[in-house]
Design a protein around this ligand. Structure first.
Ligand code: ARG
Length: 583
């Protein structure tokens, strides 16, 4: 099914051809909806290119435009914009089509790729904290959207389960462990001994040396140290899994750093052989002498003591993802502090001849209400698990006030949907590069651009259908997951009120918005669209009685409600956010 935007774009190129002009400019949604629904700057672009009067060109293009039953005669405005206003008949027809389409009008991408998305990727022996929200939530949303658009996505959790920190963890485990504390909360105790060892090592060279030796023993495969390492990884994974369950995050694979351990010598050897790496002062190093940006930033891939590092692992990872997983693209959803690291990795991959499309998707920080990086009162990172549990607790309060007669099970379920949804939405509704302030009040508000506001719009729609009861039941039509099956069906739609037409137009835009998210990796575009949709719905709901109106308005309006509910549910689903049936 084609969107209005693509239909108009086609008609525009036809008009240009008929007018003897080349294809030019863009066809976009109108910046000011008072003048139309879509616009093109084609005449402006051509005017500039050919030194001709853009307004005259615009008139010429408009005169050749075949409006068919799609839109009114195009209007030339300003310096040479052409505006298009859709006809209600076209909107009605498209809305009916959407009602019958499981994909809500969203076409599959023509050139699909196999994409590995590296997101979340926490480190073992540290609890997941608030800093992990963005990578995890953003990566998951991108994965869901890419999948819906037809790409083959492999979500990979590149867990930091190997590296120098394990020298300290093992030293701490052997020398500082409190067995009782360990039984109460293993991960907290591991974190405690790791931190304490870190502090001791900072001031005591003997401790430092002891840690180094523990690390060497681990790397050599010493049994005792390997067992300790295994246990630490397992305890950490339990914590991660708990968080993933709350967040409804699912990985296809979880190849942590240790997975690549055996491949590292091979990577270094290969790079030495090809001359991309060289030996420098006993270490193996890649220089980027001909790259102005990286010329003074060589990358060590094997240290003088023979140890490998984070970068070596990432080189092995590219190799695995390309050669074993057959990836066409790899997206790294990792914070901005690693920009240099990925520039170096991508440059080496390019030199090795990999043609895989490598993207580093960065993001801003989450700030506390004091506008500084968010911390606990004692200055620590806020554990993600606590934060998510608090979100559910606070959401529960809202439900207790709003709808106290719900059953206990319903309350638990709804609180989770609202609380987790609020945390995710607060993140995804921001442009990813923007720092944002983490505010419970704001994200849990039932008014404004929040998850609870959108969920509430959905709930309102569901309650209309509950009220409509059997009277509204006609032919079964949509196999909506979690839906109630039989729904009223409209075979014709009559849009008379402006609020109806506006809502219908918004619904038709869903298919234009979703594919755009992957341009620049911006789920906020989808979030903001859903917010506008909910606003249009509320305006409609205030202006147009649904159940109390007479036919044919009643069926028409029920159909608009139904489609709005589906788009809200599906759109939020693409962001990883669930909707409750009541709240
Ligand atoms: N574990 C790393 C960290 O916490 C992130 C890993 C990102 N992925 C990668 N392939 N390097 O900083």
């Amino acid at each position: 099914m084609e969107t209005f935007q693509s239909l108009l774009a086609k008609k525009l190129s036809e008009a240009l051809a008929k007018a003897g002009l080349p294809t030019a400019g863009e066809l976009t949604p109108a910046t000011d909806r008072r003048f139309g629904d879509y616009q093109t700057n084609a005449a402006l672009v051509l005017g500039k290119e050919r030194g001709e009067n853009p307004r005259a060109l615009a008139e010429k293009i408009a005169a050749h435009f075949d409006v068919g039953d799609l839109c009114e005669t195009p209007a030339v405005a300003g310096a040479g914009f052409i505006n298009f206003t859709l006809l209600s008949g076209a909107i009605e027809k498209k809305t009916l089509e959407l009602l019958r389409d499981e994909r809500l009008g969203v076409a599959e991408t023509k050139s699909t790729q196999r994409i590995v998305i590296d997101f979340g990727s926490p480190n073992v022996a540290k609890p997941m904290h608030v800093g992990h929200i963005r990578s995890t939530v953003l990566g998951d949303a991108l994965a869901r959207i890419a999948r819906f658009l037809g790409h083959e996505v492999i979500g990979d959790n590149h867990i930091g389960d190997w590296g120098t920190q394990f020298g300290m963890v093992i030293y701490g485990w052997k020398n500082l462990l409190d067995r009782q504390a360990m039984q109460r909360n293993p991960l907290a105790e591991i974190v405690r001994v790791y931190k304490e060892t870190n502090e001791r090592a900072a001031s005591d060279p003997q401790v430092r040396e002891a840690c180094r030796q523990e690390l060497v023993k681990l790397q050599e495969g010493d049994k005792e140290n390997t067992d300790i390492w295994n246990e630490c990884v397992a305890f950490s994974m339990q914590d991660f899994e708990h968080v993933y369950k709350l967040l409804d995050i699912h990985y296809d694979i979880q190849c942590g750093e240790s997975f690549y351990h055996d491949r590292l010598p091979g990577v270094v050897e290969r790079l030495l052989k090809s001359g991309i790496a060289e030996i420098s002062e006993g270490a193996v190093v890649v220089f980027f002498r001909d790259n102005p940006e990286l010329a003074d930033k060589p990358l060590i891939i094997r240290k003088r003591d023979g140890g490998f590092n984070y970068a070596t692992t990432d080189l092995a990872t590219v190799d695995y993802r390309v050669n074993d997983l057959k990836a066409d693209a790899i997206w790294y959803v990792v914070g901005a502090p690693q920009i240099l690291h990925f520039k170096q990795i991508f440059e080496i991959a390019r030199r090795e001849g990999y043609t895989v499309d490598l993207r580093h998707i960065i993001f801003g920080s989450i700030l506390g209400e004091d506008r500084k990086l968010m911390k606990t009162r004692s200055g620590e990172n806020v554990p993600l698990r606590d934060l998510l549990e608090e979100a559910c607790k606070r959401a529960r309060k809202i439900i207790e006030e709003k709808n106290p007669q719900l059953t206990e099970d319903e309350k638990i379920d709804i609180a989770e949907k609202i609380g987790i949804g609020a945390v995710k939405y607060a993140d995804l509704s921001q442009y990813r590069m923007t720092d944002y302030i983490f505010s419970w009040e704001k994200m849990l508000s039932l008014h404004g651009n929040t998850a609870p506001y959108l969920q509430n719009a959905y709930v309102r729609i569901r309650s209309i259908f509950r009220k409509a009861g059997d009277a509204a039941v006609a032919t079964p039509l949509w196999g909506v997951e979690g839906g109630t099956g039989h729904r009223p069906v409209a075979t014709t739609l009559t849009l008379t009120e402006p609020a109806e037409t506006n809502l219908a137009k918004r619904l038709c835009q869903f298919a234009e918005i979703v594919p755009q998210v992957l341009n620049g990796f911006r789920p906020n575009i989808l979030a903001n669209y859903l917010f506008e949709l909910a606003n249009s719905f509320h305006t409609f709901y205030e202006a147009c009685p649904v159940l109390k109106s007479s036919e044919p308005a009643r069926s028409s309006r029920l159909a608009l409600c139904e489609l709005t509910g589906r788009v809200l549910k599906h759109g939020l689903g693409l962001l990883g956010i669930k909707v409750p049936e009541r709240m």
